[in-house]
Design a binder for this molecule. Sequence first.
Ligand code: AMP
Ligand code: MG
Length: 333
Amino acid sequence: MNTTTGTRIYRGTARNIALLAGKLRTGELVAVPTETVYGLAANALDARACRRIFTAKGRPANDPLIIHIHHLAQLDQLAVMNPAARRLAEVFWPGPLTLVLPKRPAVPDLVTSGLPSVAVRMPRHPLLRRLLHACDLPLAAPSANPFGYVSPTTAEHVRAGLNGKIRHILDGGPARIGLESTIVDVRDPRRIRVLRPGAISMAQLRNCLGQPVVQYRPQPKAQNLAQVAPGMLTRHYSPNARILLRPRITARDLLQCDARTACVFFQKPAKATGQHVYWLDAEGDQTRAARRLFALLRKLDTSGYRTILAETAPPGPMAEAINDRLRRAAAKN
Ligand code: AMP
Ligand code: MG
């Protein structure tokens, strides 16, 4: 089963956790479950191991990796802390919040794409926490998918994208949140900026810190966008089908629904149902809609739709994050 090119999915038994921790210690890659999306992990302190992540994903070298830790004591080796960062870590870790901080020399330049900053997060998923504990290493892990495609929220999604390119996938069930972490740049405590929206909202960050937090908006023409905030690459998280966004899908939009065009409502519509009509959540629950989004985009891709007409999320707790991903999935190259 575990042949040279084959990709194996492991259940989270004590024996498998110990085995995979050993693989990580010797520089191999392991795809891991997190509460946000599945990640492709390597020892963050080993540049050679991390280079394999870029190769397996086809990820450009100027898109830096997030480092995952299980203990606050690991932070001092990686990053320079400040009071605002400490407060956010206390309140939101373990959880879907990534902090961008000044980097320490122990972090290989490859991991940060040569930036003087490093992105760090303490994940909450229990299996990943056991693995982090067992290998006792900080793990660099971007989403476990070919670069630019929709992020994986199940072990099967990881296998579908990286089969033959990686050997080990730890199965922790479907991701509970389903969208990547909120990334917040806290290097300058007087100017705290959200680089990527996620399940932790701007309002939560403001309430926690008692100060303004702004959404970072890159200049549309900035040459080195990837160097400022790499996740800001305009087109990302994209299925093969073309996505067209609508604040509301109208009766007229519905006329276009056919074997080539899927209509995706946010909430189950009162009347319009039938073939080629989908919704993110029957009741329009935002948490469940976020959890389902990436799996649905994948399903529509494999069903052969060429176009997806999708409704954006109405105001609500996950709207920032859902609409950010929808807009980027819809962006043209
Ligand atoms: P992902 O591929 O979803 O795991 O995301 C990794 C993302 O983390 C990158 O694309 C960046 O947006 C962000 N990131 C990682 N390191 C840094 C950094 N040093 N400064 C700013 N953003 C970073
Ligand atoms: Mg990614």
